[in-house]
Write a protein that binds this ligand. Structure first.
Ligand SMILES: NC(=O)c1ccc[n+]([C@@H]2O[C@H](COP(=O)([O-])OP(=O)(O)OC[C@H]3O[C@@H](n4cnc5c(N)ncnc54)[C@H](OP(=O)(O)O)[C@@H]3O)[C@@H](O)[C@H]2O)c1
Length: 234
């Protein structure tokens, strides 16, 4: 039912966390997978561990993204799972950091949609996040970026049709991002997980399975699939 046999899949931000989980799930479904990110070490480690192709690519750079897609055959599916580095309350965030976060997560998705080469029956999948639907005061820009990605995907489903464009919105997932949390943020996360209807943190594989579904289901486009352990109803 969920076969990607013969498909070429690119996962930008595929060298860690949710992106790596997506790459592993896509490979298990039969796809030939390429993972891409900025760090050559992360690319080499992820490519070796997942048994996929690895490419160094900074999705925050217009010219690099354009040159990458121009040099490659069209992709059946492209997943964008790039982090935004800076989180925090609005008065604590420098404008340069805010702009960098927007460039890293929102504009990366936009420029990949703009320059990407896709098979006509292919799909483009963004990763947003629960704070796009349910804001948290220490992640308000992240929430706006996520909500923006979900709106962008709805518009792209029209503009790039018949390419399908969808979003997966995860709840808390156990990835290397957790190591960047302060003690207070970690405590808040633990209490949020206790309140989750599913009573556990998500795994990258939970999100990877949903991404395979979005790639395979030919009637899904312009949609946001919430795979959040019930975060938005808790
Ligand atoms: N973990 C969660 O609880 C959670 C919840 C909801 C939503 N999300 C979202 O899920 C996405 C993935 O998060 P994660 O937790 O999996 O983070 P992660 O483990 O830190 O992975 C982030 C990936 O993005 C890559 N990356 C960052 N900037 C890049 C750039 N400019 N160009 C190319 N690649 C870039 C990183 O590799 P390099 O450093 O090598 O570039 C890495 O492969 C993010 O958008 C995050 O907001 C996460």
């Amino acid at each position: 039912m969920f076969s990607l046999q013969g498909d070429r899949v690119l996962v930008v931000g595929g060298t860690s966390g949710i992106g790596l989980g997506a790459a592993q799930a896509m490979k298990a479904a039969g796809a030939a997978v390429t993972v891409a990110s900025r760090s050559a070490e992360k690319v080499a480690a992820a490519a070796a561990s997942a048994g996929v192709e690895g490419v160094v690519l900074d999705a925050g750079n217009d010219g690099a993204v354009e040159a990458f897609f121009a040099s490659r055959a069209p992709w059946n599916h492209v997943v964008v799972s790039v982090t935004a580095a800076h989180k925090g309350r609005i008065r604590e965030m420098a404008m340069d950091d805010a702009m960098a976060s927007m460039n890293q997560k929102f504009w990366s998705a936009f420029r990949i949609a703009r320059s990407g080469k896709f098979a006509p029956d292919g799909s483009l999948i963004f990763v947003s996040g629960q704070v796009g639907k349910r804001p948290r005061i220490d992640a308000i820009l992240q929430g706006a970026i996520n909500a923006g990605l979900e709106g962008l995907a709805r518009g792209l489903a029209l503009d790039l049709s018949p390419l399908r464009v969808n979003v997966v919105s995860p709840g808390p997932v156990d990835t290397p991002q957790l190591a960047t949390l302060s003690a207070a943020q970690r405590e808040a996360l633990e209490s949020a997980i206790e309140r989750l209807p599913v009573r556990r943190i998500g795994a990258p594989a939970d999100i990877g399975e949903a991404i395979v579904f979005l790639a395979c289901n030919r009637f899904m486009t312009g949609a946001t699939l919430r795979v959040d352990g019930g975060s938005t109803v808790a």
